[in-house]
Design a protein around this ligand. Structure first.
Ligand code: URA
Length: 430
């Protein structure tokens, strides 16, 4: 007999492992919010083993609709997900790039919350772009255009929506089992066969150390294996923003530049690497070397940009870069001294962009798609005294001034260049 919810919480509180049917009872029963919150706190302190984490993920997947992309399209479909960072516009480039190489790409994305941006907000910077497609439209577009990126449908893992909202307000977000189940339940339910997970590490990420990020990556790879999905995890540096641009329309421009072959080196490396893994995991039958060559070729021959334009039009958007909104105030930030950029901290840059209006403090806030920050100089770059190292794109002068102060403080300039850090720190495979 399954024990009552209070007994299940008590068993977890006391450090016991739960059975799958007990986790089902918590997740799929009529458990009130106060008991769900207590359950999350018990898991936060006591953790879950691999079998419990899988049972939690599986129960969450069964809480809503499941999309059979593979069955509907008759091909292996790939997806990519990032655990969230500052200036992370990689999906906007990876999606069209792999689609240009002939691999179907279907992704459900989230909005930004706090200092981290969300792909859906970035896409909404494109005039006319529709992020809400019905499930049938989503599947049809992946089949016909080769790529669709949409917001999560209301019925995709409703248990995660509920649990995540509770975790957010009960200080129980940063637990490996809870994060892994939250991310992987959505990936499994939305139907891709192979997934590249970009696990961010550093000051601007959930996971502050490589060891914590590796633990999360291992947990997600194990969940993928149990669910019959191929997962590759890349641990990537989030001690500084990815690329130069932070802010929705600015990031769309930078993703487009990357698709043209003019992107910043770190973003280009991450995009090429993630796309190559996705090609390797696809049904193209290519090895790592061939995958990388094809991805580079799609950038060089213009097919990546053409695919981006086709994709944006298919979702009702105007792919012309000049249609993107621009902020009325531009303020430059100057180097206080000459030397090398020793540090460009991601978190304060993300927070400054948030305060400019590029993100939201609460779920219901409106986002200003035009504003943001461009970090012209990054870690290791040489700078001269008085040189413009960053630019602020703001709605008004007061917010530009405030952001300029924060951005100046996010930079540290030293006599010596710091040792170089690669963008991809580690790659883990299932
Ligand atoms: N992203 C998610 O989707 N869920 C988490 O728990 C953390 C990051």
């Amino acid at each position: 007999m399954t024990p009552s919810v209070v007994e299940i919480i008590q068993r977890k509180r006391d450090g016991e492992a739960l059975r799958a049917e007990e986790i089902d009872e918590i997740v799929l029963g009529e458990t009130p919010d106060y008991q769900l919150a207590a359950f999350c706190m018990a898991v936060y302190f006591r953790g879950m083993d691999a079998a419990e984490t899988f049972a939690l993920t599986d129960a969450m997947v069964r809480s809503g609709e499941r999309i059979d992309l593979h069955g509907a399209i008759g091909r292996r479909v790939v997806d990519k997900h990032s655990t969230g960072g500052v200036g992370d516009k990689a999906t906007l480039a990876v999606g069209p790039l792999v689609a240009a190489c002939g691999v179907p790409f279907g992704k459900m994305s989230g909005r930004g919350l706090g200092h981290t941006g969300g792909t859906i907000d970035k896409l909404e910077a494109i005039p006319g772009f529709r992020v809400e497609l019905a499930t049938e439209e989503f599947v049809r577009q992946v089949a016909e255009v080769g790529i669709a990126v949409v917001g999560q449908t209301a019925n995709l893992v409703p248990a995660d929506k509920k649990l995540y909202a509770l975790r957010d307000v009960t200080a129980t977000v940063d637990n490996v089992s809870l994060i892994a189940a939250s991310i992987m339940s959505k990936k499994i339910a939305s139907g891709a066969d192979a997934i590249v997970l970009d696990v961010k590490v550093g000051d601007g990420a959930f996971m502050k150390t490589v060891a914590d990020a590796a633990a999360l990556a291992e947990a997600m790879i194990a969940l993928g294996r149990e669910a019959g999905r191929d997962v590759v995890c890349e641990l990537t540096d989030m001690d500084q923003p990815l690329g130069h641009a932070v802010g929705n329309a600015l990031e769309v421009r930078e993703a487009l530049a990357t698709l043209r072959g003019d992107g910043p080196p770190d973003l280009t490396e991450l995009v090429v690497d993630a796309s190559s893994h996705l090609l390797e995991l696809s049904d193209l039958g290519v090895d790592a070397e061939q995958a990388r060559r094809r991805v580079r070729h799609a950038i060089a021959d213009g097919s990546a940009v053409e695919t981006y334009e086709r994709w944006v039009r298919a979702q009702g958007g105007d792919p012309d870069e000049s249609a993107l909104p621009a902020a009325p105030f531009l303020r430059e930030v100057f180097a206080p001294r000459g030397g090398f950029v020793e540090r460009l901290a991601a978190l304060p840059i993300g927070m400054a962009a948030l305060r400019l209006g590029a993100g939201r403090h609460t779920k219901d806030e409106e986002v200003d798609h035009a504003v943001g920050i461009v970090c012209r100089r990054k870690r290791g770059d040489a700078v001269e005294e008085g040189e413009a190292i960053a630019e602020i794109h703001a709605r008004d002068e007061a917010s530009a001034d405030e952001a300029a102060d924060a951005v100046r403080a996010a930079y540290a300039i030293a006599d010596e260049a710091p040792p170089p850090v690669p963008i991809v720190l580690q790659t883990l495979r299932g």
